[in-house]
Design a protein around this ligand. Structure first.
Ligand code: FE2
Ligand code: FE2
Length: 251
């Protein structure tokens, strides 16, 4: 099972590099992923023309199973309503061949800080419980854990501690997020927390290049264990590096 994780395309922003986006689309299509996860900041300011541009690019990914959540930039100027019109619900669940992706909106209107909120915890718990013994993936825009090269820490969810416990209690295996354009991976308990950088902008922190993530889920001899391999693919030249190769227990 191949899953591509892309974040922070920021279409229409002055930092958006169309040529890089074209390369990303071409590379992703050559990978033939079964699931595509986009963890927010599709736009700069949440305006309609930006969402329409983003949609036109995203539709060119040859992957019928797309999971999309909004980022803080998409929630600006009431952009979350356009998000719903164009991409559907801001939180969603996808099940496919033993993998469940629970994707949750972590934005607040016109604020950069992320927040899941207690009112969503029951829905998240039920959605993950319904996944049974599937591999469980949780997707959101904001950081669940701090990552380096982001300066003064103001990026993790305001309720990160409670969300971490909730996801751990529900045996989540993989968390996908974006936001500060730094690609990074942490492993906490049995949970991989994977940040994607920006795929196609020059809003880059110290020597970090635009990239996206390729996740491969492989069977092992033990039906309760999966092998997760993560590669970071650089948008400009398509080169790649392994960032993780780990066997995890599904529950
Ligand atoms: Fe961003
Ligand atoms: Fe963001």
């Amino acid at each position: 099972m191949r899953i591509v994780h892309i974040s922070d395309i920021h279409v229409a922003e002055r930092h958006f590099i169309r040529e890089l986006m074209e390369r990303v689309i071409e590379r992703v299509n050559s990978l033939k992923p079964e699931i595509l996860v986009l963890t927010g900041d599709l736009t700069d300011s949440g305006y309609l023309y930006e969402f329409e541009d983003a949609k036109a690019f995203i539709e060119r990914f040859e992957c019928e199973r797309r999971v999309v959540v909004p980022g803080n930039h998409d929630a600006r100027n009431v952009g979350y309503l356009y998000f719903e019109d164009i991409f559907g619900a801001r939180s969603s669940v996808l099940n496919h061949k033993g993998v469940t992706v629970v994707a949750v909106d972590s934005t607040q209107p016109d604020l950069d800080e992320g927040h899941i909120g207690r009112d969503k915890y029951d829905w998240i718990r039920k959605s993950l419980q319904n996944a049974g013994d599937d591999l469980k993936i949780f997707a959101l825009h904001h950081h669940l854990l701090p990552v380096p090269y982001t300066g003064r820490e103001r990026n993790i969810l305001t309720d990160a501690g409670d969300v971490l416990k909730l996801l751990n209690d529900c045996n989540v295996n993989l968390v996908l997020c974006g936001h500060k354009h730094v690609s990074w991976v942490w492993v906490l308990n049995n949970m991989i927390v994977l940040n994607a950088g920006t795929a196609c902008t020059n809003r880059l922190k110290y020597r970090i290049l635009p990239s996206f993530n390729l996740i491969e889920v492989k069977d092992t001899d033990d039906p309760n264990k999966k092998r997760i391999q993560v590669r970071r693919i650089y948008s400009k030249d398509g080169s790649e590096i392994y960032v993780l190769d780990k066997i995890i227990e599904k529950s």
